[in-house]
Design a protein around this ligand. Structure first.
Ligand SMILES: Cc1cc2nc3c(=O)[nH]c(=O)nc-3n(C[C@H](O)[C@H](O)[C@H](O)COP(=O)(O)OP(=O)(O)OC[C@H]3O[C@@H](n4cnc5c(N)ncnc54)[C@H](O)[C@@H]3O)c2cc1C
Length: 466
């Protein structure tokens, strides 16, 4: 390691050991870990003028995420638990077309506790454990250039001087500019066929009320649903709601580009709920200030066979590497797993970027691509989801479809939560054995290519911030 001093005020001439691009959940989790490596000269840069705290969303952190965070710094988990609600039960409601009719309810205990916590509270917990002098906001990355002879990378920013580092970690989210620079021919984010509105609002007493441990989903149909609602307590008396509607293409209110407090977004959600006669959900939305409602189109990224370039001097992490459909709730958890594995690789192999990248990719790429494909299978993407279901049916023709899906879901949860053991599969299991998962990933790669024509990707003009 080259230098024990934290980053200087300008630091223009210095070459950092490690530069993290992106101060979201994954980048910050890694930063907390790096704080435990004395002598490593590292810096985190973030595009926004300050680290974001408002996104109107919540994350569910299961055993895999908690384990990764605990290994990075036990204080993260201690603090996350202070702000989180503990979910112990799941309830899936399917409502009939007649709002006066009885819903079909499928209730089951969760195999392991799920800590549900506001995204912003998680971000704050992580940020509070990072030395402020290590963070530079207002740095919007535009790409990078590798100087192979000198063994470092120059990262370019909008209206800011370059910053050089020996290892650059692109943790800049689903629209990653680092990823575009690394893989120019990679298609942009893939539209998942959903528009999404969500908010967290303060409801005094809600975290101690009966049912606050229930993760509740409500749909209008068991299979081909056009609307899905999540109601989840987010801890500290915050209540989370999410309304997700199918949409043939990204369709923002008033032709805008979404975000927080879009004028007309609340009325749009209310109108759809009114059509369905879902009065209870309408009350939830009605009680929320429009400024607290976030509108998004839902995107994922296609799995990449490798996450590093330039001899390991540039590596991707989190959504930049593997953004996925949020249905199974694994986006942040897998970013935490990445941060943990990257921390271990740096600790073990610094100053050898090639060895760091090799160990990190061996631990992460296959596992993440399984989870991404699993999530994509749940997204109801035309063609792809049915192809993925056909794969499972072929592998296990003895399993009736609906039961098979529940059994498969449970087995996947078991495997996911077994992290960091059995990273590539649970030997002897039906759906998640290493052999089944390998065949699954191979099938999904072929199916994704076959159905590519029917899928929409975000134009590169929306990613680049040149
Ligand atoms: C509605 C919704 C529900 C979700 N629910 C769950 C859940 O229940 N469980 C779960 O585990 N996950 C969930 N997720 C996913 C989770 O939020 C993400 O997977 C997670 O935040 C990924 O972390 P990240 O650090 O890779 O990316 P992010 O947290 O998105 O951070 C990326 C950071 O990079 C910055 N950045 C972007 N571009 C640049 C640039 N050019 N230069 C510099 N900085 C840049 C951004 O400002 C941001 O701070 C959900 C997501 C959504 C949208």
């Amino acid at each position: 390691m080259t230098n024990a001093e934290p980053a200087g005020a300008n630091g223009l001439d210095q070459i950092f050991d490690v530069l993290i691009v992106g101060g979201g959940l994954g980048g910050l989790a890694l930063a907390v870990g790096l704080g435990h490596l004395p002598g490593l000269n590292w810096l985190l840069v973030e595009a926004a003028d300050e680290l974001r705290t408002a996104t109107g969303t919540l994350i569910g952190v299961g055993a895999n995420g908690l384990h990764a965070l605990e290994c990075l710094d036990p204080r993260i988990v201690e603090n996350v638990k202070k702000y989180a609600q503990v979910g112990t039960r799941a309830e899936g409601h399917v409502r009939p077309a007649d709002p006066a009719g009885e819903p079909e309810v499928n209730a089951m205990p969760l195999s392991q506790q799920l800590h549900t916590i506001r995204w912003g509270a998680t971000q704050r917990v992580l940020a509070e454990l990072v030395e402020p002098s290590r963070v530079r906001c207002g740095h919007k990355c535009r790409g990078y250039t590798v100087d192979e002879a000198a063994g470092h990378v120059a990262v370019h920013f909008k209206d800011k001087p370059d910053i050089k580092a020996r290892l650059v970690i692109g943790a800049d989210g689903v629209r990653s500019v680092m990823r575009s620079s690394m893989c120019p021919s990679d298609p942009g984010p893939r539209f998942l066929g959903y528009m999404n509105w969500n908010a967290v609002r303060h409801v005094p007493g809600s975290s101690s009320a009966a049912g606050s441990d229930v993760i509740k989903t409500i749909r209008d149909s068991k299979t081909d649903f056009s609307i899905m609602v999540y109601i989840i307590n987010a801890g500290c008396d915050y209540q989370f709601w999410q309304v997700r509607m199918t949409s043939a293409s990204p369709c923002f209110t008033n032709g805008g580009s979404g975000g927080g407090g879009v004028p007309g977004s609340k009325a749009r959600v209310m109108q759809r709920l009114q059509q369905l006669g879902w009065q209870d959900i309408m009350q939830e939305v009605e009680a929320t200030d429009e400024s607290a409602i976030y509108e998004r189109a839902m995107w994922d990224r296609l799995p990449l066979p490798a996450w590093s370039a330039a001899g390991g001097h540039v590596v991707l992490l989190g959504d930049a590497a593997h953004a996925m459909y949020s249905g199974p709730g694994q986006g942040a958890r897998t970013a935490f797993e990445d941060a943990h594995q990257m921390f271990l690789a740096i600790k073990q192999h610094w100053p050898n970027p090639a060895a760091i990248a090799a160990q990190y990719e061996e631990a992460r790429v296959h596992r993440a691509s399984i989870i991404q494909n699993y999530a994509a299978g749940m997204a109801n993407l035309a063609g792809l989801s049915s192809d993925i279901n056909a794969f499972w049916q072929q592998l296990h023709p003895d399993t009736p479809d609906a039961d098979g899906r529940t059994e498969r879901f449970r087995e996947f949860q078991l495997w996911l939560n077994s992290y960091p053991e059995k990273m590539h599969g649970l030997p002897g299991s039906k759906y998640t054995s290493p052999e089944a998962l390998k065949a699954f990933v191979e099938h999904c790669a072929a199916a994704t290519a076959q159905h590519s024509a029917s899928q929409q990707h975000m134009p590169s003009s929306k990613i680049s911030c040149a």
